[in-house]
Structure formats: structure tokens, C-alpha cells
Design a protein around this ligand. Sequence first.
Ligand SMILES: [Zn+2]
Length: 408
Amino acid sequence: MADHRELAKNMDLFHFEEHSPGMVFWHPQGLRLFRSIEDFMRQVYQNSGFEEVRSPIALNRSLWEKSKHWEKFRQGMFVVGSVEAEQDNESDLSIISSDYALKPMSCPAHIAIYQSRKRSYRENPMRLMEFGICHRNELSGTLSGCMRLRQFVQDDAHIFCRESDVQSGVSNFLKMVKLVYSAFGYEEFSLQISLRPGQRLGSDELWDKAESVLIKAVESLGHNYNLAANEGAFYGPKLEISLQDRLGRSWQCGTIQVDFNLPQVFELGFVNESGELERPVMLHQAILGSLERWIGILLEHHNGALPVWVAPTQVAVASISDKASPWAEKIVSRLKRMGIRVELHNQDRTISKKIREISKRKVPLIAIVGEQEASNQSLNLRCLGAREQEEMSLVQFEEKLADIFPAF
Ligand SMILES: [Zn+2]
């Protein structure tokens, strides 16, 4: 089994540099992979009633003080200082204040969107999601490829709702988790409920309520779970989902958290049926967690041979001879029109060399065409890792490809 960094090198996906520890340099093929996952998740969230938003990555310190991140999470944040030149001496620059911090998560930004105008009970549950660019100042010794980074994109979602909506929020979250994890080839996952940590916000009464609402929601769905003391977020208890990979390793990826505290700290409210101001509950959720880490785990789980629907290049079309080149080009343009990520190999090289090079990059499907296939309007399909190939018409191949995307 190869390490994801080794696979990424062979597949030309991304690399790391010493001058940006814990941050990824995405190559064209890698960004295609990243985007295909992002597009899929966008669809999943949209189908579950979430609206996508985008918020700044740097937010003023006063906001972090209010959200208590400054107090409880400061060592994990990158603080941005303002630099000003001393009078008449531009070489003497000094940092005069630390006004901003890069967001380690998007919660306060989504709260700002919620608070931007008056809210009504009719908007409940309000579901916001963002592919949020987050920074966390992890210790350099703990950084490990994509598995632990300082900069990453998280599918960061928040639901503003009533206490009576928590159960359906948790149930929808688990439905989304099942759909997404099986689309990526994971069949097994386990649940853990993480309870109040030592360092936390709010009263014990609110924690009692948040923990019992979450436990009740999970139990009513008939799921088994483990309880873990002290491992909740500082604002609320968490349900954490760990998937099992092919090597028997367990990775905690998805999470949903019940939060009565931040709505209180930020004095959130919506106007209820009787015209009074009522406080919402917040659910914080992520299905993949860090997309970069998700990609690292996915590469190792499949040893680079990703499911066709997500692969950065899905089909390589390789011609055996110059005379077959126009037909190969025709196939490529037809597949592109379908939205398939396809590449053409028409260069003057032997077909075995082409196949070797394409297979090294783990392209899942190779369509091989010679003069005979050109006159038959067909192709020979070879799947990654297989020795045999199967002849089919281009129309048959297109039908096959139309079926590769996960059903919702
Ligand atoms: Zn959050």
C-alpha cells in the first residue's frame, strides 16, 4: 500500500513545499479531483435544503473574542498583524497590532449572516453551508501530508433551528453521511458521542440539555454509539462519524454538534408565531471534514484507483496508428460534450508504452482504437488493472458512462 504523497506524485496531483508547511500545492489533475468532490458535495447539500454561502477568511479579533475562540482556541489560530512604517523610514517596519485572525472554522461568519437582518420562525430551519478555507496553527511536528494540515477547505455547515428540529437535523445528517460515504466506496462507519470538555462555554444546565437532546436523537434512529467523556467542542457535544478503510484503519471525518451556547453568546433570535423573540439552537456539521484530508484517505483506501465518477481523468483515448487518430479525436469530443473528463493520446508512441504511462497515473478507463475500430465506429475498452479488453460501439460506451455517477 502506498502513502498518499507517493500516489499523488505518480498521479501528478499535488505536492508540498518547505516554505509553506501544512499547505497543499494543487496541480491541474489534483484540482480536477478536488473540484469533482466539491461539485458532488454541493449537489448533496443542495438536495438536503442547504444554501451555499461564502465568507471572509480573516475576521476581526473582536469577533473571535466574542465567540470565545480567542480565549479557548487562540493557540490554534493564525493571528494577522498590521504593519506600519515608522515615520520617514520604510525599512523600519514594525507590527503594531494583531487586529485579525484567519478563521479556524466558519461558525462566527455564518452567525454574522444570520444576524444581518431580522429572522422569522418561517425561515426555520435555516441551513447554510460553505466550502470554508480554514487555517489552524498545528504544531510543525504533528503535520503529516494531507492528514494534518495548517490550511484546508472544510464542508462547513450550520443549521439555525428550534430544539424540536434537532432530531430531524441529526437524521438528515446521517442520511447524507451514508449516501456520501458509500459513493466513495466506504461501507462501514461507527458513531461516537463526545461529551462536555473541561474547557467550555456556558452553564451545566445548557450542557445537560444539549447532551440529552443529541443522545435522544441518535437513539431514536436506532444507531449504536460509543460515549466519550471530555471530547466535545467547547460550545457543544458532538456526534462523530468514523469510517473504516480497506486497511482496517479508522478515520474520524463527519461530525454534527448541538450548540445552545453560541446562540446565547451572540444573542441570536427569530420572531416566533406570537411576535416574540425566540433563541434558535445551532447545529454545526461537516460530512467530509477537511477535503484535503478526505482526498488523502481516499487515495490510500483505493491505492490510487479511484471510482470512475470522481477520478481526475476518467477516460484516456489512445490510438494505435495515425490512421486511427481522427476517430480517437471524434471519441474525445463526443465524451467531452457529455461532461466526461477525457484526454487524447495520439502521439507517435507504441500502444504498450501509452498504456503503461496512462496506467501509472491510474486513469480508470482506457479506450484503445485502431483502423478496424475506426471503420466499426467502436473502441476497445480496458479497465485499470485488467488484462482483457472489450470491444463496444461508441454509443454503448456512452451509455455505460452515463451510469457512473452516484444516484441521489
Ligand atoms: Zn461551526
